[in-house]
Design a protein around this ligand. Structure first.
Ligand SMILES: Cc1cc2nc3c(=O)[nH]c(=O)nc-3n(C[C@H](O)[C@H](O)[C@H](O)COP(=O)(O)OP(=O)(O)OC[C@H]3O[C@@H](n4cnc5c(N)ncnc54)[C@H](O)[C@@H]3O)c2cc1C
Length: 325
């Protein structure tokens, strides 16, 4: 028996959320006295996969089928399920990402496994009792969930755990085939279009995000957001009303009805901090809020707050970042 970790790759790199998941899976394996094997999905590079040893992974399975480069729900599900069967994995750990969320539910049906999403801590294992803590109600509460199935799937919330680094350790990378057929790729997207982003940083994967709300007053002022984003190497984002009135494109709208982001740094400029907005940003590691109203609800969720006018604060902040660069 081993723990199977699903590792997402893009452009040959292992995604940061997957490093966290690899480390989480290795720690669960240590709790159970077993080892953690990874199955790579997406465009992977074998040298980078081998480095997963630093997170405690002992073996990485990699299917070089070129059609697996982009996300295909059925094919990814079958790939992971086949790897789980081969490794007799009782625990499958994946990121609570767009891919993890889509594949996790399908896997749970296919493997008759218990599934917990949005998990924020290592499980508590006591005899047969396997309990995980997960975020609920848009991150407003936590619930302890007992996974009673023989097989268990854990989708780990981004930024909720730190990836361990045991420098120099390597994992064995083994080629693997799930014998996928054309039928497994029947739901493959015909074309994948990447949205244009200021500074070329894609919002869902961005490590830093500068976001504007109605307090920015109009699209003509977005240069202030873009200047700071450029200085920080950040993606730009906005609140829903901003995209509703076409100040910004809809693919920049974050929140309950938009994109969920989990950057290391989220800077909110002139955004009130409504619950529906927070739902999309509250797994950011550090939140900075700039708002002229000291009572703005966003300050309660902030790590750092600046009570001030965005039109005064943003140029100064951008100049300070540029001076540091
Ligand atoms: C079902 C549903 C789903 C929703 N989904 C989403 C969602 O996914 N994402 C989302 O964002 N919203 C969503 N909303 C809307 C949400 O409830 C809020 O209305 C919205 O987030 C408010 O946007 P805002 O903060 O930009 O604007 P406002 O609420 O108008 O806030 C503007 C803020 O800017 C500040 N401000 C004004 N001028 C300045 C200045 N010069 N300098 C500094 N600060 C200034 C103000 O003090 C205020 O706090 C949803 C609502 C519903 C009902």
């Amino acid at each position: 028996m081993s723990v199977l970790v699903v590792v997402e790759c893009a452009d040959g790199e292992v995604k940061k959320s997957s490093l966290e998941v690899a480390s989480y899976g290795a720690q669960v394996a240590a709790q159970l006295g077993t080892t953690a094997t990874a199955i790579a999905v997406g465009e992977a590079n074998e040298a980078n996969l081998a480095k997963l040893g630093e997170q405690g992974i002992t073996k990485v399975l990699y299917d070089a089928e070129p059609r697996l480069k982009d996300f295909v729900n059925n094919a990814y599900t079958k790939l992971i399920a086949t790897a789980a069967e081969q490794e007799s994995a009782k625990i499958i750990v994946l990121a609570n990402s767009n891919i993890g969320a889509a594949v996790g539910s399908r896997l749970s049906v296919r493997l008759k496994a218990s599934l917990a999403t949005n998990v924020v801590e290592l499980p508590k294992i006591s005899g047969d009792q396997f309990t995980v803590k997960r975020g609920a109600f848009s991150g407003k509460a936590f619930s302890d969930v007992v996974l009673s199935g023989d097989r268990k799937i854990i989708a780990v919330k981004k930024n909720s755990t730190e990836a361990q680094h045991d420098a120099g350790k390597t994992a064995e990378v083994t080629s693997f085939s799930a014998q996928l057929s054309d039928a497994d790729f029947a739901d493959a997207p015909k074309q994948v279009v990447m949205q244009d982003q200021a500074g070329g940083v894609l919002l869902p994967e961005a490590e830093r995000v500068v976001s504007g709300g109605r307090g920015m007053k109009g699209p003509e002022n977005w240069g202030l957001i873009e200047d700071l984003a450029k200085a920080l190497g950040a993606a730009t984002a906005c609140s829903k009303p901003v995209s509703d009135v076409d100040w910004r494109p809809h693919h920049e709208h974050v929140g309950q009805t938009g994109i969920t982001v989990s950057p290391n740094l989220y800077i909110a400029c002139g955004i009130s901090g409504a619950i529906q907005h927070l739902a999309g940003v509250n797994s950011s590691k550090v939140i900075v809020v700039i708002n002229k109203d000291p009572e703005a609800p966003f300050f309660k969720a902030a790590d750092y707050g600046i009570v001030g006018d965005v039109f005064d604060v943003l140029p100064k902040l951008t100049a300070a970042v540029k001076a540091l660069n």
